[in-house]
Write a protein that binds this ligand. Structure first.
Ligand code: PMP
Length: 394
């Protein structure tokens, strides 16, 4: 859970916080703790390996070719065209590159801008918990009310309780947020999830914000259920993705939103005063790199190898593994090892065992203790092996 500190500015001037319950995120806290204790950092979700040098070459070339001034507000045309082609090829729907795709400063800005453009004061937004930590503050900043619906947790792992989602819908529901593949639970929606969502929103004005930043990390031959595969869903949806995840460049903060023209028009009204544009050379570099689909098509196999290596190592420990259907996260149940709360256990694991993890309780508005922590396996094999060596001693 974030720690909350009211801030008093210098000279005794007080600022009334718009987000009084938000402080330093658990990701920063655990990363700092990991650095302090020289722990293997499997907490925060980012790769410890580099991107394809061909990609940095293309960005360098874009700079040298003079792509260094403001691009069009919606994004550089070659990138919007490349995104439109990619979605059409993968999911069968062609978003118009001119007025249905907007390049954003990563997934986080895409989510905030989408929420700000359609959630009015007092509107309700359904959030399925556990949820990525930017969702609730973004809703709050828009003046909306988050209605949190917990996922079901059984021996088979986490799943969305669509009946509970349906029960949470009221005449004030403006938006439902979904996330597949899911952070932190690593679950992936099946066609039946999409069908249940479709049935719930049919005939309503409810919009959908679909966080698909892990779209290329889906394992065991499953397919990614993008809302853009489903005509009745995509007509009311903002689809969010992130090149930071897809190309191992989380620091570049380039992503996009695909949405029908009427939704994109509203999105861009906020976007143009939120960031206006996103850095130009990276957009041109990424556009060129997208010319070859091989790198992102190779991603499921690339990460599945890491998942399998990590899971095989954990099999001989006392951690109980939850399924990882997608994303680059592995959740484990530690109740056979300790009865500490999740935050205390994650801290102990970092400081005493030397492996940092994130408590899943941090992804809930009201922390709930399930005895589960999340590891990130977007790491070099040697990093995963070192972590496994240490975890074997627990
Ligand atoms: N959504 C989810 C579910 C995420 O895990 C993340 C990144 N951790 C984001 C959105 C944000 O993506 P970006 O880094 O591109 O802002």
């Amino acid at each position: 859970m974030p720690t909350s500190q009211p801030i008093a500015a210098a000279g005794g001037v007080h600022i009334k916080s718009k987000l009084p319950h938000v402080g330093t995120t658990i990701f920063t806290i655990m990363s700092n703790l990991a650095a302090l204790h020289k722990a293997v950092n499997l907490g925060q979700g980012f790769p410890d390996f580099g991107c394809d040098p061909a990609l940095t070459d293309m960005v360098n070339r874009a700079m040298q070719d003079g792509h260094n001034q403001y691009p069009p507000m919606g994004g550089a045309a070659p990138l919007r065209i490349a995104i439109s082609d990619k979605i059409a090829t993968l999911y069968g729907h062609r978003y118009h590159a001119d007025n249905e795709i907007t390049v954003t400063a990563g997934g986080t800005q895409a989510l905030l801008t989408a929420i700000l453009c359609c959630v009015h004061a007092g509107d309700e937004v359904i959030v399925i918990e556990p949820a990525f930590d930017s969702y609730l503050p973004a809703i709050h900043l828009a003046g909306g009310v988050a209605v949190c619906v917990p996922m079901r947790l059984s021996n088979q792992g986490y799943s969305v309780d669509w009946q509970a989602v349906g029960a949470a819908i009221t005449p004030r529901t403006r938006l439902i947020m979904i996330n597949t593949p899911h952070n932190p639970t690593a679950t992936v929606f099946a066609p039946s999830d999409m069908e249940q969502l479709r049935a719930l929103v049919q005939g309503t004005d409810i919009l959908i914000l679909s966080d698909e930043v892990y779209e290329h990390m889906v394992y065991d031959g499953r397919q990614h259920e993008s809302v853009s595969r489903y005509p009745e869903l995509l007509e009311r949806s903002f689809v969010v993705s992130s090149f930071g995840k897809t190309f191992h460049v989380t620091g570049w903060k380039v992503g996009y939103v695909a949405a029908p023209a009427a939704l994109t028009a509203e999105f861009r009204k906020v976007h143009q005063f939120n960031v206006f544009t996103v850095n130009t050379p990276m957009q041109h570099g990424i556009a060129a790199y997208l010319g070859d689909p091989a790198p992102y098509l190779a991603l499921p196999a690339f990460y599945q190898r890491k998942r399998d290596l990590f899971r095989a190592g954990l099999e001989s420990t006392r951690f109980k593994l939850l399924p990882t259907e997608g994303s680059y996260f592995q959740c484990v149940d530690y109740r056979a090892i300790s009865d500490l709360g999740e935050a205390e256990f994650a801290t102990w694991l970092t400081t005493e065992i030397g492996v940092a993890a994130i408590p899943v309780s941090a992804f809930y508005r009201e922390p709930r203790e399930s005895g589960i922590v999340r590891f990130c396996f977007a790491k070099k094999e040697e990093t995963l092996n070192l972590a496994l060596e240490r975890l074997a001693k627990v």
